[in-house]
Write a protein that binds this ligand. Structure first.
Ligand code: PSU
Ligand code: MN
Length: 310
């Protein structure tokens, strides 16, 4: 069977395999944020703290990456270090997965890549920082993250702090609507904007309670409506950046990317690194705080989903 063949590329860590066998809740985590989204050593430190917090809340974390040509679901501390430190990991979205597997390589999975692997491993909840989306100026560049197409077809719930306003958030939400991807929000009515709480755009449905989120998701999938669900959680107030300041910095980073001719998969890592420098490192603290908060929201959702299996 196709699914069995695909599953033969997977290696589950012992804790993930044990949790799965016992029917305990699992939370997938991406690795592009570790390898390409944050600098060392904060990336590895954050990855470990996020995993610990998910465990405290009763779910098992499963960080996803490709190591030695295998899809690895659940990483050891040494493997997190390898990804965070080597600078050698490929950035793996849907189109890159066969290349890195076939060549026996090392790679970090994006939102799209992680969703594919999570679905293969039977994991329903995935926690990330921010979604990829429709880039500003996409009418000329056609730069639309493969994350959005993945949400359209792969049945995993993705917890995020919305999307950055380096993207065109309005068009990102339009794209998701076209593809039938529900955008849920907790703690507020509006979709979050990563460094700031409010994107200025309403989410489709506000569901603060994990049990209500779980019922929504179960109902979607029970109806045979395959595809993802976005759950937006705003960065905690104390860690949010002043809107004016971050907007000006993002404009500058975007202008630099354009003038330097940065294109394709290099765009998002370039912008993240420039924003960190231009904020004097403060954007990194915000990024870490929002990922930890997302981990809490995701762990509670995974626990609630496990309690309402159909
Ligand atoms: N947004 C962030 N941090 C990240 C990313 C997005 O704040 O690390 C990563 C995620 O892995 C996301 C990917 O899936 O960038 C999107 O890349 P692209 O725009 O090239 O599709
Ligand atoms: Mn892109």
């Amino acid at each position: 069977m196709v699914a069995d063949l695909a599953a033969s590329w997977l290696s589950l860590s012992a804790p993930v395999a044990a949790a799965k066998a016992a029917g305990r809740p699992l939370v997938a985590l991406e690795s592009t944020i570790i390898a390409h989204g944050m600098p060392y050593p904060e990336n590895v430190c954050t990855a470990r703290e996020v995993e610990a917090r998910i465990r405290e809340l009763g779910a098992e974390p499963a960080t996803v990456a490709v190591i030695d040509g295998r899809i690895r679901i659940g990483l050891s501390d040494d493997e997190l270090e390898l990804l965070g430190r080597s600078g050698q990991a490929a950035k793996i979205s849907r189109r890159d997965l066969p290349a890195v597997l076939a060549s026996g390589g090392l790679g970090a999975t994006t939102v799209a890549g992680t969703m594919i692997c999570a679905a293969l491993a039977g994991i329903e909840v995935f926690v990330t920082g921010g979604l990829g989306g429709v880039h500003r100026g996409a009418q000329e560049t056609f730069d639309i993250s493969a994350d959005l197409q993945e949400l359209a077809k792969t049945s995993v719930a993705v917890v995020c702090a919305g999307a950055k306003s380096i993207l065109d958030i309005g068009l990102t939400l339009e794209y998701l609507e076209t593809h039938g991807v529900p955008v849920l929000s907790c703690e507020q009515d509006n979709f979050a904007a990563f460094y700031t709480r409010d994107s200025g755009f309403r989410a489709d449905y506000r569901l603060d309670d994990a049990a209500a989120q779980a019922r929504f998701i179960r109902t979607k999938w029970a109806l045979g409506l395959a595809g993802g669900v976005v759950l937006s959680a705003p960065v905690p107030e104390a860690a949010a950046m002043p809107r004016k300041e971050i907007d000006a910095i993002m404009e500058q980073a975007l202008a630099e990317a354009k003038s330097q001719g940065i294109i394709g998969k290099a765009v998002t890592p370039f912008l993240l690194a420039r924003i960190k420098v231009l904020t004097g490192g403060r954007s990194l603290a915000t990024n870490i705080a929002l990922v930890k908060h997302n981990a809490e929201v995701g762990a509670r959702l995974a626990v609630a989903l496990a309690a309402c299996r159909d």
